[in-house]
Design a protein around this ligand. Structure first.
Ligand code: SF4
Ligand code: SF4
Length: 388
């Protein structure tokens, strides 16, 4: 079967140096759940005529798409691209991403529906109708409205994060304003970045969303993003659409900490006694560390506002959230998270700073105190406690 994979498939020399950086290999020790094993199966199917057995599909389906292997690979194998193209082919043939999943993903593109569903689920949670085993965070009953304060930057607000973690966007907007930027939240103009659709192999849907966003946010203003996963998706629009407009849009997209860290002098200084008296561990979301490669900026922005920053000792291994991965593979995601929880326990922080909504929810439901870095920064600047 032709998976549509090009030269990148040949660049793997099967050295295995990526294995320790792969969360699914670390928790299973199974070669078919390693990057090397997954690439070997791609070759066997595309070049060797091997059948698409349940084991082969499972090997690819259980990849978190964290891309830790890509950063570790000395041969520059474009693993993310290979896996996304493989999933595109499989989804087009109806072998992965069942109808219910496609419908669920479609609902993310309808912000009104998402807000109503969130309110209904929040109410159901308050009266104990939502089982804890679903692993949902405590959802907000209402969200603070956001208003534009100028046109210097767009603040991308997206779908689930806007419905479930509006408080983070509000804090991010206030920090940007404190740094002197007029901010225009994208709101319903740009309802969903398409990252989850892309992971699920729904490349056409992801492309439609990308085109919609590129034309909804014209001009030259930077597009600032406080979700690592959304930022990575938006930065990938040039490659996804292959047009000049998409390439130029992608070059305007910045992770919010990366954007602020370029001019740290614009951020208000806080006297040492007004810093947050917290020991903060930084958790690097994979899409910030391995895809955007902008994770150091989180430390630059946070450091002046907290007593102590500490590093986790797991070399940035994935936490197991992976977009929808934790819902589709709860057992594997839980085992991967256990390793992260152990690293957090060794660092003994008061709070973990995470710049990705999926990671923060996945860790939060396991009892970890998590906050977005910008929520912490705003708490220190404003002196008012963040929402918990
Ligand atoms: S993906 Fe890279 S690191 Fe992993 S086995 Fe292939 S060449 Fe080696
Ligand atoms: S993307 Fe992540 S989970 Fe998938 S093979 Fe690479 S390291 Fe493993």
């Amino acid at each position: 079967m032709n998976l549509g994979l090009g030269d990148g498939l040949q660049s793997c020399v099967q050295c295995g140096l990526c294995l320790p950086h792969c969360p699914t290999w670390r928790v299973t020790g199974d070669e078919s759940r390693s990057p090397r094993g997954r690439i070997a199966l791609m070759r066997a199917v595309q070049e060797g005529g091997a059948p698409l057995s349940a084991e082969v599909l499972d090997s690819w389906d259980t990849c978190v798409l964290c891309r830790g292997c890509e950063t570790a690979c000395p041969s520059g194998v474009p693993f993310g691209e290979l896996m996304e193209q493989t999933r595109d082919t499989l989804a087009a043939e109806g072998r992965i991403t069942p109808r219910w999943e496609r419908l669920a993903l479609r609902s993310l593109t309808r912000p009104g529906l998402l807000r109503e569903a969130t309110r209904a689920m929040a109410l159901a949670q308050r009266v104990g109708l939502v089982p804890r085993r679903l692993g949902l965070p405590r959802l907000p009953l209402r969200s603070e409205p956001m208003r534009a304060s100028g046109d210097d930057v767009w603040l991308f607000t997206g779908c689930v994060m806007d419905a479930w973690q509006r408080d983070v966007h509000v804090a991010a907007q206030r920090v940007l304003e404190a740094a002197g930027y007029g901010v225009r939240p994208t709101g319903d103009l740009a309802p969903c970045c398409g990252a989850l659709q892309r992971h699920a192999g729904l490349v056409e849907e992801a492309g439609d969303l990308a085109e919609r966003i590129v034309s909804a946010l014209p001009g030259g203003a930077p597009v600032v993003v406080d979700s690592a996963g959304c930022g990575a998706a938006l930065q990938g629009y040039g490659a996804l659409l292959g047009t000049r407009a998409a390439g130029s849009f992608a070059s305007r997209v910045h992770d919010i900490s990366d954007f602020l860290a370029a001019h740290p002098e614009r951020l208000p200084a806080v006297e040492p006694e007004r810093r947050l008296h917290l020991r903060v561990a930084v958790q690097d979301p994979c899409h910030l560390r391995h895809v955007q490669r902008a994770h150091q900026a989180t430390r630059v922005v946070l450091a002046p506002y907290v007593d102590e920053l500490v590093e986790l000792d797991d070399e940035g291994l994935c936490c197991g959230a992976g977009g929808a991965f934790s819902m589709l593979h709860p057992g594997l995601a839980g085992a991967i998270r256990d390793r992260k929880l152990a690293a957090i326990e060794r660092a003994a922080p008061d709070v973990v700073a995470s710049a990705n909504p999926g990671c923060s929810m996945h860790l939060g439901v396991a009892g970890v105190p998590v906050a977005h870095p910008l929520s912490l920064v705003w708490e220190a600047i404003s002196g008012s406690p963040r929402q918990r």
